[in-house]
Design a protein around this ligand. Structure first.
Ligand code: GLN
Length: 242
């Protein structure tokens, strides 16, 4: 990327965009513009090639059938893997997160190959679907405050040695394997089960992605009053007895 422009790619909005995940693109776009960056946002539908010149790629959640189709098309296209090889940043949610791994399984028990960008493997959870608020302590290496989000998934995700968990859950299931982990990351690729949209609830994750793409350690502060109010409201709702 140049010093003043950022290419933001929203991958497959026609297949992967549940629970308001498209809000993640709006948050990155706005926070980058607030820092004076010229943002070129590209929404790439699943019948279009994935450009390899993006700086940040965002991928959302999806139901089982669109998820399988999306994985097939992304694998055939190959552009996202090439972009990551060139240093691009990926932030993927739920179905998108599972697709970043080696393999996932749908409601019919069919296995699909993922892109292998994260050392994780997803299977069908035997227990009840994981639905509800999540609170988690972010991985210490990421320097982020407590994460808040909403999960809704049947798949569960096992982490291999090539990734670190994005967070440890205080509330909710996260990866759903019972080990207390939520999401996974390595280098420039991040996956999470959190919707919300997660970047509206945790704007400092958006800033982390922007900092990575600019290769800087800090950004000019912006007014986070609205985000803070949303965070506090959701954290209070999650922790209040029903
Ligand atoms: N279809 C996947 C699952 O149920 C992902 C769901 C989602 O993206 N919300 O695990």
């Amino acid at each position: 990327m140049s010093d003043t422009s950022l290419r933001l790619v929203w991958v497959y909005p026609d297949l992967l965009s549940t629970y308001g995940d498209q809000g993640n693109a709006l948050v990155v776009e706005r926070r980058a513009r607030q820092r004076g960056l010229d943002v070129q946002r590209l929404d790439v539908r699943s019948d279009q090639p994935i450009p390899t010149s993006g700086d940040i790629y965002l991928i959302g959640g999806g139901e089982d059938r669109p998820q399988r189709l999306a994985a097939e098309r992304l694998l055939r296209d190959g552009g996202l893997n090439r972009a990551v090889d060139n240093g691009a940043i990926v932030f993927a949610v739920c179905a998108g997160y599972q697709i970043m791994g080696h393999e996932f399984v749908n409601d019919l028990g069919e296995r699909s190959a993922g892109l292998g960008l994260l050392d994780v493997t997803s299977s069908r959870g035997e227990a009840a679907r994981c639905v509800g608020d999540v609170l988690g302590d972010a991985d210490e290496y990421l320097g982020l405050p407590q994460l808040t989000g909403f999960e809704n998934h049947q798949g569960i995700t096992h982490l291999g040695p090539g990734v670190r968990p994005l967070a440890r859950v205080r509330l909710g299931n996260g990866n759903g394997t019972g080990d207390g982990t939520e999401g996974a990351w390595r280098d420039t690729v991040f996956g999470t089960y959190l919707h919300g949209p997660v970047l509206a609830r945790n704007p400092l994750i958006a800033d982390m992605l922007i900092k990575l793409s600019l290769d800087v350690n800090a950004l000019t502060p912006v007014d986070d009053t609205w985000y803070d109010a949303l965070r506090q409201e959701r954290i209070a709702a999650a922790t209040q007895p029903a």
